[in-house]
Write a protein that binds this ligand. Structure first.
Ligand code: SF4
Length: 349
């Protein structure tokens, strides 16, 4: 086995490689962070493409340590935010130990530890805050599992932390996904006896730029911000969960994999860009205001611009990109839809 194919973590669901020869300590950190859910399906898989889920089940995908660096940094930030809730680090460490004990079925010891923490560190515990709790519900014979980040019992407020790019925040389709995800967590919490009225995403932007924030009103105005979310009703969420479980069950039972949708492939829009040719040389950057979603719009804009006597304006077409397929999908090597997409691109070039 070559060095770059060496499995780094004894993980059942994927084979982890280190093709860029990253430092050993980074590989260890990434391996540690590879959380696997429980039950038949996780909330994130439930709202995601059935094809991606099935291809992951059928083929042990190979992914590289480099693909997980941002995820690991996000998890580290989650830990810091969790610790921020307590004025003593020891309390959090003990709370984590309690959680591990109960996950391993040692409920008696976990209960004893819980009582010990409450008695010994009563001033440090805010019982109104529940963090990183794993929940599950049964739907049509399947266990749906999920883990929310933070729930404020007194305020009935559910919060989820996202360490992400500014682009991801501006891509409004993601907000729809967040509403679905948090509505399901809220549903699960209600099914476990809590009242949930409010929800928010707390963003931390890993690539935030002050310059960019001044240029666009859609760009996040600050490096971290809280965005309130309007949750679906309990009934609407229940119907949605049932529908998604039925879709995944049907795909799993029939073995027929439906194509991923444009949303699931993170497909960008077609673009038409206007460039200036100066004395026959095409400029590298398109002109200001020169990006359009249709040829007609680009043509209309072009007709209003007067280039210099020796200059010329040219419209170039950039076909839609499937960003997830090209850069992020761990099962693309096994995907017929992706192969057809590559063939289509090659034919057009
Ligand atoms: S490569 Fe694209 S189309 Fe294929 S499973 Fe992945 S996201 Fe879906």
């Amino acid at each position: 086995m070559s060095e770059d194919k060496k499995p780094l973590a004894p993980n059942k669901k994927l084979e982890l490689t280190n093709k860029n020869n990253l430092p050993d300590i980074i590989c260890k950190a990434v391996s540690l962070d590879l959380y696997t859910g429980f039950g038949d399906i996780s909330v994130t898989s439930l709202i995601d493409s059935p094809k991606v889920r099935m291809l992951k089940k059928m083929h042990k995908p190979q992914q590289d340590v480099s693909d997980f660096l941002w995820t690991t940094l996000g998890s580290a930030m989650h830990q810091v935010l969790e610790f921020a809730e307590y004025d003593q680090f020891e309390v959090k460490a003990l709370k984590q130990a309690q959680d591990i004990l109960s996950r391993h079925g040692s409920d008696k010891v976990a209960d004893w530890l819980g009582k010990y923490i409450d008695a010994k560190f009563s001033d440090s515990i805010n019982n109104d805050i529940i963090q990183e709790k794993r929940l599950s519900i049964e739907v049509n014979g399947w266990t749906v599992s999920g883990q929310f980040d933070r729930f404020n019992v007194a305020e009935k407020l559910l919060s989820d932390f996202k360490m992400t790019s500014a682009y991801s925040y501006m891509h409004k389709e993601n907000h729809v996904k967040y509403v679905k995800q948090l509505s399901i967590y809220a549903y699960m919490l209600r099914e476990h006896g809590f009242e949930v009225d409010l929800a928010e995403i707390i963003f931390l932007f890993r690539d935030w730029s002050q310059m960019a924030s001044k240029r666009s009103k859609d760009y996040p105005p600050t490096q971290a911000l809280a965005m309130p979310l309007e949750l679906m009703s309990h009934e609407e969420t229940e119907a949605f969960i049932k529908k998604r479980v039925a879709i995944h069950q049907e795909v799993q039972e029939s073995g027929v994999l439906p194509d991923c949708s444009n949303n699931e492939m993170w497909t960008t829009a077609d673009q038409y860009k206007i460039y200036k040719k100066v004395k026959g040389v095409l400029q590298k950057r398109c002109i200001s205001g020169g990006i359009h979603s249709s040829y007609e719009s680009a043509l209309s804009h072009k007709s209003k611009i007067q280039p210099g006597t020796l200059d010329e304006l040219v419209i170039k077409y950039f076909p839609a990109e499937r960003k997830r397929c090209s850069f992020y999908c761990p099962v693309k090597e096994h995907c017929d839809q992706y192969k057809k997409y590559l063939e289509m691109i090659n034919e057009n070039n």
